[in-house]
Design a protein around this ligand. Sequence first.
Ligand SMILES: Nc1ncnc2c1ncn2[C@@H]1O[C@H](COP(=O)(O)OP(=O)(O)OP(=O)(O)O)[C@@H](O)[C@H]1O
Length: 291
Amino acid sequence: MLKKQSPSPETAGEMLVEMHNAGVSRSGRWLVRGVDLSVRRGEIVTLIGPNGSGKSTTAKTAIGVIQPNEGHVHRAPGLRVGYVPQKVAIDWTLPLTVERLMTLTAPAGSAEIKAALAAAGVAHLAGRQVAALSGGEFQRALLARAMLRKPDLLVLDEPVQGVDFTGEAALYELIREIRDRTGCGILMISHDLHIVMADTDTVICLNGHVCCRGAPQSVMDSPEYRKLFGTRAAEALALYRHHHDHTHLADGRVRHADGTITEHCHPEDGHHHHDHACASDTPAKGANNAR
Ligand SMILES: Nc1ncnc2c1ncn2[C@@H]1O[C@H](COP(=O)(O)OP(=O)(O)OP(=O)(O)O)[C@@H](O)[C@H]1O
């Protein structure tokens, strides 16, 4: 049985979910097939692949929203899952505050909601209309909602969608902080093939089947990856590296390693680095901002 969420040494590395040769078919067509995947406590696994390659289908199968038509999925008994789907059904024309958004899927007390929003750096937005949030703020609110369940496994389907480069870096930092603080396992989906969070332990590249897998660097160098996405794409693939020398305060300001506080964190401060797999003329998305 899973212990309550805490990064204790006894439960570190505990298997949360395992898929063996899993396949999902609909109307006589395999959406994905032959997927082997595992996520352990404290581990970050990222699924990458082009549109329609089966990433969401794989993630939904891992958490039991979809049953596999072949193969097996094992989840730790009592596994608590926090899921941030790719699309959220919200009527954007209706009034809805961030605080209310937190209780749409499950009840939660006001203290709990405040703590979850604070942990996601958006406590100051509790009374704001959801329709007025920026892309990054909305993703943070959804993350806060998923964390209310105190998940053992957090599944994030394109968590940086609609977020600009600076916000993307800050969101990846938040995701890593959540992993470090709670010890949960994270299964993340990224449609953007060009930026993979460097803290990801394993990248699994899907294209209806597992094309290749490994540490981010090894996937970038893999011939299968290059064959699927082209050498230029592979050369442009960048790892997001964050040198953890500053803290993002809840009000959006940044406290630097020397104790100074500024309104923003500027890439030219030297905090953010993108490493290209190879020297290339093709800049990775956001690479210009990263200099
Ligand atoms: N219920 C369904 N019935 C039939 N086909 C489906 C169903 N759900 C998904 N598909 C198809 O399965 C394929 C994989 O879909 P999936 O959403 O898993 O891809 P994805 O890699 O997450 O894509 P994207 O990057 O565009 O979000 C797509 O071709 C999709 O149209």
